[in-house]
Design a protein around this ligand. Sequence first.
Ligand code: GN1
Ligand code: MG
Length: 382
Amino acid sequence: MDTKEKLAYILKQFRIEGEILVYRWIPAGHINTAYYVALYNGKEMYQFLVQRVNTYVFRDPVGMMRNIELLTEHVRKAEPKMEKRRRLHFRHTRDRRNYIVLHDGVVMGPGEPFDPLDEHYEFWRVYNFIEYSESFETAEGNPQVLRMSGKAFGRFLKQFSDFDASQLIESIPHFHDTAYRLQAFFETVAADPCGRAAHCAQEIRQIRENADFGCTLCHQIERGELPMRVTHNDTKTNNILFDMDTMDPLVIIDLDTCMPGLACYDFGDTIRFAACTAQEDQPEGMGLDLTLMKAYTEGYLSEAGSVLTHNEIESLATGAAVITLELASRFLMDYLVGDKYFRIDYPEHNLIRARAQLALFRDMMAHMDDMREIIREIAGQQ
Ligand code: GN1
Ligand code: MG
C-alpha cells in the first residue's frame, strides 16, 4: 500500500470517503507525523490533518485521546455557537472513538490490546484542517505575534479555569516535574550509555550548578502554594493558528500534553521559545528579548490576569527560567542516550539545542529582576 492508499484507508475508518486530490507530509514538530489531505467527494472539497501519534513518547495514547475528548467537549459545550475554525474537531469512528490502531496496516477492533512499543502497531487520528490560518516558527521580532500569542494562551487558561484538572491523566508522566527530570538526567550522566558525557562536560556542569534553582517550583507545589490547572505544556507559537489576514488567534493545536500543571510553565515555555533572539537550536546570539517578553505578558495577563492567584503571578518569571533549564537537560539527556526522543537533523543536533537553551537560561537569570518588574507592573495595571 502506498502512502496515498494508506491515508485513504485511514480516513475511511473515520467515515471520510472520496478521491484524494492532494496530500503532503507536514514537517512540523519533533514528535508526531502529520499529513495534510484534501479530498473531493463528487460535490465538495474537504481538508483534514491525518496524524500518526508517536507511541514511544505517548505510551498511553488512548488515555491521551480521552483527555483531548474531555477538553474539546468542554469547549464545545461552553460555546456551542463557536465558529468551526475556532475549535479543534477530532473525527470519530463508527464506534465513537477519536483514534484507530492499525496492526500491520489493518485496523483493529475497539478495546483490542496493543503494544505502544511494537512497531507493527500504528496509532492514528484525524481532525479538521483550519483554512486561511498560519503559525509562527519564531516571532520574527514582531511584538504583535507575542501579544496575540499571549492572548491565545491566556484565554486557554481561562477557558479551563472551571474544569477539574484532576480528570485528566498525565499523558507523559512527570512531564514538567523538573526535580524528576533533573534526577533522570544525572542518572543518565552517571550511566553514560553512549560514551558521550566527556564531550559535554561543560554543559553538564552548568545544569548541575543550577539544579537547586530548577527545583524551586516543585517545592512550591509540595507546600501547596501553587494550584494545579489545565495546562497545555507545549506553548510554542507554532502551536497557535492565527487568521492569515487579521492575526486573530483562532485555535490552539497540539493538545497531546494537556494535563494538570502549573500556569508558569506554560507562560515560561512561550517566553523560552519566542521571546528570544535566536532559534531553539542556535546557541550563537541566543538571549532573552525583553520587548517581546513584555508584549507576551501584556497579551497573557489581559486574559488570564483575572484568574491567576498572586503566587501564580509571582511565579511566572521563575517559570520561564526553569522550563528553559529543564528543556536543556532533556535535549542533553537525549544526546547522551543516543537521540531516541527528539527528531534530529544532524548528529549533534540535541547537543546544540541544549547549548542554545543554556545560553538563554543564563540570560534569563541575568534579567530575572527585569522580568519580575515587567510582570508586576502589567499585573498592577489590570
Ligand atoms: C517537543 O513536537 P513538538 O515540537 O511540539 C516536546 C516539547 C518541547 C519541544 C521543543 C511531547 O514538542 O516538550 O518543548 O519539542 N514535546 C514533547 O521544541 O516532548
Ligand atoms: Mg507541538
